[in-house]
Design a protein around this ligand. Structure first.
Ligand code: AMO
Length: 446
């Protein structure tokens, strides 16, 4: 018999099927026992009677099993509307344990996984298997796929760029330097310099890449290693860039809705509001915040976390949009490659997209003139010699260009309303942890 998948069983009522997967929850009531079997598609309830019920009672959570059984429609009163397989169950005919799991260090058998964040991460290889955790990464997979489709539809070529570089990409102190065969090198803070160098090669490019930031503090929204989804376009101006940015983010969110609607609904996520994205300059947004809340941050160089929440509330209320684009940040606050606004060089042709109260994307029109770029690097106290390869691209025919980058974990976090960005990273890295908590490693070494 060929293997069937749980999700296909609603179309196989009355048929004998072969299933393979992991044991999730076991409920034993003497001569009747149930367990949920999870495979790559879904979980399904298996019902066992008499001798087989005894066998099921002996199953452990995460045992790997092979099941033969009969697919049956459930009586109306037993239908579980919360799961796609809730209208059927499989009556067990034979059960084989392929791999016996060791006993779990904590209870993974519940519908929800009620663990504190450190435990959730200490046992990541296990906790990722729980349906509620797995779902987070199905949303993430939809975001990646939505980004790829959107970028390809705009004729961007996908690239894989290095994450070890000769110079820091975003400036600032938040850079990991590494001993590279006795030379100094850096982990890239973003794929920025490489994607720009590729503009004269392909004109439009995209890359999904890892970014490393030596974040000096522990916050709920910063990771030391994150995933950035970047686009870069040649022959564009500022208005075109804003249109492209908003087109891509809306396509990504629509992909999540289209492919993961069930997950969003089951988790009680509010319907995404994707009306036309309002655009405000930083100063306009600060004026609105002042008017709406009385908080006067009109002279600040950036939005505070509370400002981001408030301006998103405003966008939701007034524009039926979960997104808002903020433009024209002070030039001095943005990375060196950002083009100052020719009409008011104190401010830059830069933008952030905010989504449900947090920044999920940044970008800008870039300085594409070689001499201006060299001068800016010098003005920022950096040495153009450290950017020789990058500057080559500008010396020999760089068209006007710009782009943007989305943070994958941040987007996932805010679609699902997770409390901490670490929950949206498979194996999060931060000041306290690379896989294992440093404090625990130290304990072991003592
Ligand atoms: P920026 O530094 O704003 O821009 O990063 C782009 C997006 O990446 C996400 N992000 C992070 N997520 C989690 N933890 C972090 N430490 C972290 N840092 C950034 C955010 C952010 O909006 N090169 C530019 C982009 C460009 O101009 O094209 C850049 O890196 O969602």
């Amino acid at each position: 018999m060929n293997r069937s998948l749980s999700l296909d069983l609603t179309k196989k009522i009355g048929e004998e099927v072969l299933l393979k997967g992991w044991v999730e929850r076991v409920r034993s009531h003497g001569k009747i026992a149930f367990f949920d079997l999870r495979d790559m598609s879904e979980t399904v309830q298996i019902a066992a009677f008499d001798d087989l019920a005894l066998k099921v009672a002996g199953l452990g959570v995460q045992d790997v099993v092979e099941v033969e059984g009969l697919v049956k429609a459930r009586e109306e009163r037993y239908i579980n509307k919360e799961v796609p397989t809730g209208s059927i169950e499989v009556e067990l005919k034979s059960l084989k344990v392929i791999v016996k799991s060791q006993e779990m260090p904590f209870d993974m058998g519940g519908k929800d996984l009620d663990l504190q964040l450190p435990t959730l991460l200490d046992y990541r290889a296990l906790t990722l298997r729980h349906s509620k955790v797995r779902e987070i990464f199905l949303i993430q997979s939809a975001l990646l796929s939505g980004f790829r489709k959107a970028a390809e539809s705009l004729s961007c070529v996908e690239l894989s760029v290095p994450t070890i570089a000769a110079s820091a990409t975003e400036g600032g102190a938040e850079v990991f330097d590494i001993n590279y065969y006795g030379h100094r090198a850096y982990l890239t803070q973003s794929p920025q310099l490489y994607k720009q160098m590729m503009i004269p090669v392909f004109e439009r490019v995209f890359t999904i890449s890892h970014a490393y930031r030596a974040e000096p503090s522990v916050t709920t929204r910063h990771l030391s290693e994150s995933t950035q989804m970047d686009c870069e376009f040649g022959f564009v101006d500022f208005q075109m860039l804003l249109d492209l940015l908003e087109e891509v983010v809306i396509k990504m969110l629509k992909e999540v809705e289209a492919t993961c609607g069930d997950i969003l609904k089951a988790r009680g996520v509010e319907k995404l509001l994707l009306g036309k994205t309002p655009r405000l300059t930083l100063r306009e947004s600060q004026k609105i915040i002042y008017k709406e809340t009385g908080r006067d941050n009109r002279k600040e160089k950036d939005l505070t976390p509370q400002d981001e929440i408030d301006i998103c509330e405003w966008a939701k209320k007034n524009h039926n949009s979960d997104l808002v684009t903020i433009t024209h940040f002070p030039t001095a606050k943005r990375a060196f490659y950002t083009m100052p606004d020719p009409n008011d060089p104190e401010y830059s042709l830069s933008y952030d997209v905010l989504f449900r109260g947090v920044e999920i994307s940044s970008g800008s029109q870039r300085i594409s003139d070689y001499n201006e770029l060299v001068q800016t690097i010098k003005n920022r106290g950096m040495n153009p010699k450290n950017f020789e390869l990058y500057l080559q691209a500008f010396k020999y025919g760089m068209p006007p260009e710009g782009g943007f980058s989305f943070g994958l974990e941040r987007m996932t976090m805010h679609i699902l309303n997770l409390a901490n960005v670490r929950e949206a990273s498979l194996f999060p890295r931060d000041m306290e942890r690379v896989d294992e908590r440093f404090s625990q490693i130290e304990e072991k070494e003592v």
